[in-house]
Design a protein around this ligand. Structure first.
Ligand code: UD1
Length: 429
């Protein structure tokens, strides 16, 4: 049923939430299970639409999956198909990461090109160049990448050129079953890559250097099964403290070590928040009004592009002018037009956004274009005067496990209502 999220602004959020497992870590782990004919168990897997789509894709390839209470068991004794169709890859770009493991396990794969989306053109050239260096023959037919490696993949030295997270996942998963040694230079250093290497190692792969910009892999004949718990979601873990920060409240998040949030916490301090770092939790206390500050996004360990729409939302109500530079995606300011509906003052010039904080934001009907843009709209709604209606909730359902319940725990007045019950709120000028 089509729903709308109603957010009443002006409340101070306080309390504690526990973060779910990281979606972006769970997805490559799910694809990695295809590399073995032995069962794998993943724990702390968030209950999200993206996970459901991935499990559907794995089942279409012959896997048996059982998901219960954030635990998923996957059996891939046999691979029945090697095709990832357009519908599934379009619904979830990360489906493209099935290419590397399928190729390594079955010697062939046909995966639809994902195409661009709301945040950029998002090419996959680095994935394909890397897999070709491992010996794959890659042809493009009818919008589908057709890859074969009849004689098996063989190790190679590969320089990625840009530390793409997805290309690192895809090539690493292929390399673990390639003959001989692979050295990957210029790879992504994100915790999700370290997590993938950790599962693969538990399955019997020989990998060193994950978390640095060079990874070495010594190919093995086969991999076994493993059990692994997914790490906490660092993007979700930045979102809830921001709900406290923008409302002058105090929010604790648990289930994630403070160092995983280093850049976000540093930025929260620059905004004037007090940050208390615990062993497996953090507490953020918001000031009466946030202060303007500049920031830029970068590959890890820099500030994640995924938190840019969230911090930009916070800056729309901050005291003074801020400049934001988006370095990772060329077109990740799609949320700005929606933020302006609240009265936000934002000017865009290429990769730069200049935000002049305003004293008062006013609630509006809005819709998100991607997961983090939708979460940014929720933050805007918490700050604004009146009731904000956020549409296109499927974006939030892709990336935030139990967001409404968690916001309610923090004292927010939020509810999901069927779209047909939605009353047009008329704002006069
Ligand atoms: C992943 C994350 C996403 C995050 C992004 C960057 C998941 C499911 N998604 O996406 O939330 O915002 O990392 O941290 O984990 N690029 C190329 N050629 C390629 C591949 C990438 O030019 O072959 C470019 C992209 O267009 C983009 C940049 O590299 O400008 C970063 O993309 P990448 O790191 O690959 O992002 P994803 O893995 O798709």
């Amino acid at each position: 049923m089509l729903e709308v999220l109603c957010v009443t602004g002006g409340r101070t959020l306080e309390g504690r939430v526990r973060v779910a497992g990281a979606k972006n870590a769970a997805l490559p782990l799910l694809f990695a299970t295809l590399l073995s004919d032995q069962p794998c168990v993943l724990e702390n897997v968030p209950d999200l639409e993206d996970i459901a789509v991935t499990l559907r894709l794995l089942r279409s390839l012959g896997a048996q999956t059982e998901y219960k209470s954030n635990r998923v068991e996957i059996r891939t004794e046999t691979i029945r198909g090697t095709l990832a169709p357009y519908g599934l890859v379009k619904a979830l770009r990360a489906s493209f990461w099935v290419l590397g493991p399928l190729l390594a396990r079955a010697g062939e794969a046909q995966v639809s090109l994902p195409g661009g989306d709301a945040i950029g053109t998002r090419p996959v050239d680095l994935h394909l160049q890397g897999l070709a260096r491992l010996g794959a023959d890659i042809q493009m037919k009818h919008g589908v990448v057709c890859a074969t490696a009849p004689g098996g993949l063989r190790g190679a030295t590969i320089d990625l050129g840009f530390p793409s997270v997805g290309a690192t996942h895809n090539i690493l998963m292929a390399a673990v079953l390639a003959k001989g040694e692979t050295v990957l230079h210029g790879v992504a250093r994100e915790p999700e890559v370290t997590e993938l290497a950790s599962l693969l190692t538990a399955m019997g792969a020989k990998i060193s250097g994950a978390g640095t910009d060079t990874i070495q892999v010594l190919g093995v004949e086969s991999l076994g099964g493993a059990t692994h718990a997914v790490l906490g979601d660092r993007i979700e873990a930045a979102t809830y403290p921001l709900t406290g920060a923008v409302t002058g409240g105090r929010v604790q998040v648990s289930g994630i070590p403070a160092e995983a949030l280093h850049s976000s916490l540093h930025l929260l301090e620059n905004l004037g928040c007090q940050v208390h770092r615990g062993e497996n939790e953090v507490e953020v206390v918001g000031p009466n009004r946030l202060r303007a500050t500049d920031f830029e996004t970068e590959p890890y360990p820099g500030l994640a592009t995924d938190v840019q729409p969230l911090f930009m939302a916070a800056l729309t109500g901050a005291d003074g002018r801020s400049v934001v530079r988006e370095n990772v995606f060329e077109n990740r300011f799609g949320h700005v037009a929606e933020y302006r509906r609240f009265g936000a003052r934002i000017a865009i010039d290429g990769r730069l956004a200049t935000i002049d904080g305003v004293d008062l934001l006013s609630a509006a009907p809005v819709e998100g274009g991607d997961i983090r843009a939708a979460a940014g709209l929720v933050l805007m709604g918490l700050m604004a005067e009146g009731v904000t209606q956020v549409r296109e909730l499927h974006h939030l359902d892709r990336g935030y496990d139990g967001m409404v319940e968690k916001l309610k725990e923090l004292g927010a007045k939020v509810s999901r209502i069927p779209a047909f019950e939605e009353k047009e709120v008329v704002f006069g000028c």
